[in-house]
Design a protein around this ligand. Structure first.
Ligand SMILES: [Zn+2]
Length: 341
């Protein structure tokens, strides 16, 4: 049973969507056929024993005998559906995810009539694939920002310690690797008297070099050295026609600060969104799985990218993901988080 109101609503929606799913996919046999069709869209399969390209005739089956070497060819072999015994739970999970319905493993197990363990495995396999699509997208956030939702122990949690000890260990290791004073700061300019005099004269309106010489009463060579100095400090900009204006270094710094602030506020919105998402559905998670839940959160918010058919398509084209890979997976100190496209 869901532990809160939104969990109840979610479960209600899931049941309605499942009715729709079952109307299209009457039984396990049809689900299997659908998955097999996707695995062999090209109409042939390749025998891994003798490399024979075998045409597939008649109704699709999971196993064929090679026309050449007579050995078994399993058409789901090496695919996402490798070792899958029942296809309906997978296809129904895709269907729900593609409609933005993400349940807790125990609710998923109830509505699909499978074990909680199996439900968790289905989600994690999908999340692993989706997380691989996040490279190069979204924002990087430190997993310390998600500490609030860490309340489950995993195989990575140090013995007899709290689930958060996992994060502490990661941060300790990270601190040991980081060189000291690696943050580069913008150097404050050290200006000469002449440079200060010229700088005071410049504005956003162009001033000719001749006017500079005249107004600060400098020899041509000294004035030239001063404007060059200011250019080097990026305080003045030379325009065509030997004219100078005040550079927008200050403006640039300000806009950089604003950009980074708005970037940070976008990120913190995403972090808060993910925290709500996890708390509403799963109460809490283990630290090592942050990236996988960030992938589920992406599916949840980006309805355009992960609409009907998208997850089925992704999984149909994917390799097999052994459960060991999920078990051994540990989210890095910085994870990707994505909101709407
Ligand atoms: Zn063969």
């Amino acid at each position: 049973m869901p532990f809160n109101q939104s969990g109840n609503e979610n479960l209600g929606k899931a049941l309605l969507f499942l009715k729709e799913f079952d109307a299209e996919n009457l039984d396990e046999k049809i689900c299997e056929l659908k998955a097999l069709q996707i695995c062999c869209r090209l109409g042939f399969t390749i025998c891994k024993h003798c490399n024979h390209h075998q045409m597939l005739k008649g109704e699709l089956q999971r196993m064929y005998r090679c026309d050449v070497c007579r050995k078994e060819i399993w058409i789901t072999g090496g695919s996402f559906f490798d070792h899958v015994r029942k296809f309906r739970p997978y296809l129904a999970s895709f269907f729900l995810l593609e409609r933005g319905i993400i349940l807790s493993a125990s609710d998923l197990s109830n509505v699909l009539g499978i074990s909680v363990d199996m439900a968790g495995k289905i989600y994690k396999r999908i999340a692993k694939l989706v997380s691989e699509k996040m490279q190069g997208l979204g924002s990087d956030i430190s997993t310390t920002e998600l500490s609030k939702i860490v309340c489950r122990r995993t195989i990575e949690t140090p013995a007899r310690q709290s689930p958060l000890a996992e994060e502490v260990e990661i941060q300790k290791r990270l601190a040991l690797c980081e060189p000291e004073g690696s943050i580069e700061e913008l150097k404050e300019p050290e200006l000469t008297t002449n440079e200060v005099a010229v700088l005071a004269l410049l504005s956003e309106l162009p001033t000719t070099f001749a006017a500079i010489c005249e107004r600060v009463r400098l020899e041509c060579a000294d004035a030239s050295a001063a404007v060059m100095g200011l250019e080097l400090w990026e305080l003045a900009v030379r325009l065509p026609g030997d004219r100078y204006i005040l550079s927008d270094r200050k403006t640039k710094e300000a806009s950089k600060a604003i950009d980074s602030k708005s970037q940070k506020s976008k990120q913190s919105k995403a972090v808060l969104g993910m925290i709500d998402f996890v708390e509403e559905r799963f109460q809490g998670i283990g630290r090592k799985n942050h990236q996988l839940y960030a992938a589920l959160y992406w599916i949840f918010v980006d309805r355009k990218r992960w609409g009907p058919g998208s997850i089925l398509q992704l999984c149909a084209q994917s390799r097999h993901i052994p459960y060991r890979e999920i078990l051994e997976y540990v989210s890095p100190p910085t994870i990707k988080i994505l909101t709407r496209a």
